[in-house]
Design a binder for this molecule. Structure first.
Ligand code: NAP
Length: 288
């Protein structure tokens, strides 16, 4: 068997086209547009590059964006006051505080200061809680949302399927397991202490891997015909490797995502959640 590829750029383009169309309609009908703010503290070059990428994508999609930079001398209360100002700004629908923050700041307190419906990364305890409760009023964290979009793109029906998630981080593995459960899959969550990991993976109809270990998942771990979603991004020399041995696993899987392509979709998922926030803030239904 040779797996069919689920291509991130194709899925991403379809989502971006939909966002552009919808934002265009919204602007025509209301004169408003989704707005996002990105808060940078200190001079982490990766954070800065990520903020600039989002600024560029926001423009491409017709959103308004503002990036606010602060030196690593801003104190916690000052930073929270900035967040409160964005919370009460009606033109801002999403607030991203770029992580990691310098050590002297308490990331949890800072994230919790963002109003849950404007915290579109889905990390706020209220959003995580609503996800577990199956409430619609939440933002699904962006990396698991990218995985879900990959599965939706092949019309995969998760009902009654066995989904195995390898990785239990708060940002990826745990919310992924909750989403799959919500979709009526039977879910097993694995981590670094899981016994017999290859055998557990082999039980999967859908295998989602997010561990940060280059090519750990081997061909022998994958049931023929399984759907394999590889979230891992591992830079090895000048190559990006996934957590799955892509070439070999492709020989047995039914569907597979190429290395790096799920991770590359997260900015688009951020924008999708920003649009959702706009719509819930303005309680709007727009003509599609
Ligand atoms: P993380 O916070 O480091 O979590 C890694 C998880 O993998 C942990 O739960 C860990 O188990 C588990 N793990 C590590 N080694 C393992 C092993 N040998 N066997 C089984 N489980 C193992 O990483 P993350 O943020 O979830 O990201 C995972 C991968 O996805 C990385 O390559 C990352 O670059 C990529 N990615 C992440 C995001 C994101 O938004 N986080 C987005 C795109 C791509 P323990 O809990 O027991 O330690």
């Amino acid at each position: 068997m040779t797996a069919e590829l689920i291509r991130g750029p194709v899925v991403e383009k379809a989502i971006k086209d939909e966002i552009i169309k919808e934002v265009h309609k919204i602007r025509e009908q209301t004169g408003k547009r989704p707005g996002l703010s990105i808060i940078l503290v200190g001079d982490n070059p990766v954070s800065r590059a990520s903020a600039l990428d989002k600024e560029k994508m926001a423009e491409e999609l017709g959103f308004f964006s503002v990036v606010k930079s602060f030196p690593a001398t801003i104190n916690q209360e000052e930073l929270i006051a900035v967040i409160h100002r964005f919370n009460s700004n009606n033109n801002i629908h999403a607030i991203r505080v770029q992580l990691p923050l310098p050590d002297y700041l308490d990331e949890h307190r800072v994230i919790e200061a963002v109003q849950p419906h404007k915290e579109v990364d889905g990390l706020h305890p209220a959003n995580m809680g609503n996800l577990i409760l199956g409430e619609e009023e939440t933002h699904i964290p962006i990396a698991p949302l990218a995985c879900l979009k990959m599965l939706t793109s092949i019309n995969y029906d998760l009902k009654g399927k066995h989904a195995v998630v390898v990785g239990r981080s708060n940002i990826m593995g745990k919310p992924m397991s909750a989403i799959l459960l919500q979709q009526d899959a039977t879910v097993t969550t694995c981590h670094s202490r899981t016994a017999n990991l290859p055998e557990v993976c082999y039980m999967a109809d859908v295998l989602v891997v997010a561990i940060g270990r280059p090519q750990l998942v081997k061909k022998e771990w994958v049931k023929p015909g399984a759907v394999v979603i590889d979230v891992g991004i591992n830079r090895v020399g000048d190559r990006v490797l996934g957590d799955v041995d892509f070439l070999k696993v492709s020989q047995v899987a039914g569907f597979i995502t190429p290395p790096g392509e799920v991770g590359a979709m997260t900015d688009t998922m951020f924008m999708l959640n920003t649009l959702q926030s706009f719509k819930s803030i303005h309680h709007a239904t727009f003509v599609q």
